[in-house]
Unconditional design. Structure first.
Length: 510
């Protein structure tokens, strides 16, 4: 069977399969671009030259790639007419690309682009990013480059000014790295970037006349060439580690996995809450990344948020399959438990008192907290607390929301499972206060210890960020600096109520 399968694959390759094919003089092509870099006066700091970078692709090892869905052999690439640059033409056509991403509180963001010959002139090419692509600035820039190539004759040299060094690196110094990893671990769409590089490598068609337009044209979803023979598809096995292969396979599996209905419901709740809070509705990718935010230091809390987003917490509908189906109902309310009920509704698990304390603490920092708190606010806690770019406030908001949601959940589990829902052992107001104090003391101490650069090196927390996080909610504030310098709590933390506001007291013992 194996030899028959091998014959089948070899029959697909055809007679042209020759890894060492010299039909295209790749060495001469590389030499031409080296000459351009050295003699055309390009600025090494601000200007980067796009090169086909195909010399390394003619090796036999490069032919072994995973996730290559194409039927035709990738070796056909070497039998095409790869253009060589005209070394006599040193004239450049300067073009400027501008992009804009408009975010809305209750709708998906929209991205657009414009191309002009001068920053102060009207755009000669403009358009909107199709909805099939993620609405990001980098995707808009990539599409603008595609449109630019269509509008300029093939005989002209183009110099494009971009707002992002990231896109320049993708197409120049980091091109081979991303092609060899199948364009995983970057924020541009994989198929889109493969198509863009393919267009850059092959000879461009003659340009049609382009007129300035006063309004963006309709979205064009038929611009991605997934059948072009210049495409480099799949990840090169020889250049990958086991970890990278695992990540690539997970990424490929996720692309073909449909979002579960409960997950979609919770994602929409989080989007609405974040949009109302920040004025910008996040994408699914931004929400998933926020659950793994570095500000959420404990892996258990990250896993808790992930499971809550997927509606897979062991409560409610999960318990009927357990030996104790009675745990599916709330001991007090006699309703089927859900994450929403546990975290924001039940009167006997301490959530009401804990969220009241959290609201008072955040008010000391000038952070407005939703009233009443919703499940969407909790699931989107890894995103900023508002539209303002204040790292300290945003970090404190994330810490308070995630830590206290986890606190409410763990205390509820103890009450329902260990205490069997006993009425005498439900969470009282004093206990909720004590749990809150202990949790916030523990988190502040952890932050101070984690700033130790000598011990944690690159993983250490930034002392300025930790200071900005806790300043305004600890007193006396002058004692916070010595604790940061020592990377430990040099005193004793206590919480007291004064004028109906919660104050975090830092008391230094002499």
């Amino acid at each position: 069977m194996r030899h028959k399968k091998a014959e089948e694959y070899l029959s697909i390759l055809g007679d042209k399969w020759t890894p060492g094919n010299d039909q295209v003089d790749l060495d001469a092509l590389e030499s031409d671009f080296k000459l351009i870099r050295e003699t055309w006066g390009l600025s090494a700091d601000s200007e980067s030259l796009f090169e086909p970078r195909v010399l390394s692709y003619r090796t036999l090892a490069n032919g072994f790639r995973i996730l290559n869905h194409r039927v035709a052999a990738w070796w056909d690439f070497w039998h095409l007419d790869i253009p060589r640059p005209n070394l006599q033409n040193r004239q450049w056509k300067q073009l400027y690309i501008e992009t804009r991403v408009v975010r809305h509180p209750h709708a998906a963001p929209t991205a657009s682009f414009g191309v002009t010959r001068h920053p102060e002139l009207h755009h000669t090419v403009q358009g909107r990013l199709p909805t099939i692509l993620r609405q990001t600035q980098h995707n808009a820039m990539a599409l603008a480059i595609l449109r630019t190539l269509d509008s300029v004759p093939e005989t002209e040299n183009i110099k494009i000014s971009l707002e992002s060094q990231h896109i320049v690196d993708l197409l120049t110094s980091k091109l081979e790295r991303y092609e060899n990893s199948n364009w995983v671990d970057h924020d541009c769409d994989t198929t889109f970037m493969q198509s863009l590089v393919s267009v850059l490598r092959r000879p461009r068609a003659k340009a049609n006349a382009v007129q300035a337009q006063t309004h963006p044209p309709p979205e064009d979803e038929h611009f991605i060439d997934t059948n072009g023979s210049h495409l480099i598809v799949g990840a090169q096995l020889a250049s990958l580690s086991q970890s990278q292969i695992y990540k690539i396979l997970l990424h490929e599996k996720a692309r073909g996995t449909k979002t579960r209905a409960p997950t979609r419901t919770h994602l929409d709740l989080a989007k609405e809450a974040a949009g109302a809070r920040t004025g910008s509705r996040p994408t699914d990718e931004e929400l998933w990344r926020s659950t793994c935010s570095r500000q959420i230091a404990h892996k258990k809390i990250r896993a808790f948020l992930w499971r809550t987003m997927h509606d897979t917490l062991p409560c409610g509908h999960v318990w009927p399959n357990d030996p104790h189906p009675e745990r599916a109902l709330c001991p007090t309310c006699a309703v089927r438990e859900t994450p929403d009920h546990i975290l924001t509704e039940c009167p006997d698990n301490g959530q009401k008192e804990i969220w009241k304390l959290a609201r008072d603490l955040l008010a000391q920092k000038g952070i407005e907290m939703a009233d009443p708190i919703t499940l969407g606010d909790i699931l989107s806690c890894g995103l900023p607390s508002s539209g303002a770019a204040d790292a300290g406030k945003n970090r404190l908001f994330t810490i308070v929301m995630s830590e206290l949601a986890w606190l409410i959940w763990t205390r509820r589990c103890k009450w329902v499972i260990e205490d069997e829902g006993s009425e005498e052992k439900r969470v009282s107001s004093p206990e909720a206060n004590n749990l809150w104090h202990a949790r916030m003391n523990s988190k502040l101490t952890f932050d101070l210890l984690a700033t130790n650069i000598r011990k944690y090196k690159k993983k250490a927390f930034d002392k300025t960020l930790v200071h900005d996080t806790w300043t305004g909610v600890v007193e006396p504030e002058p004692e916070l600096a010595p604790s940061l310098s020592a990377s430990r709590n040099t005193g004793v933390l206590q919480y007291e109520f004064a004028n109906n506001f919660l104050l975090v007291q830092l008391i230094v013992v002499g």
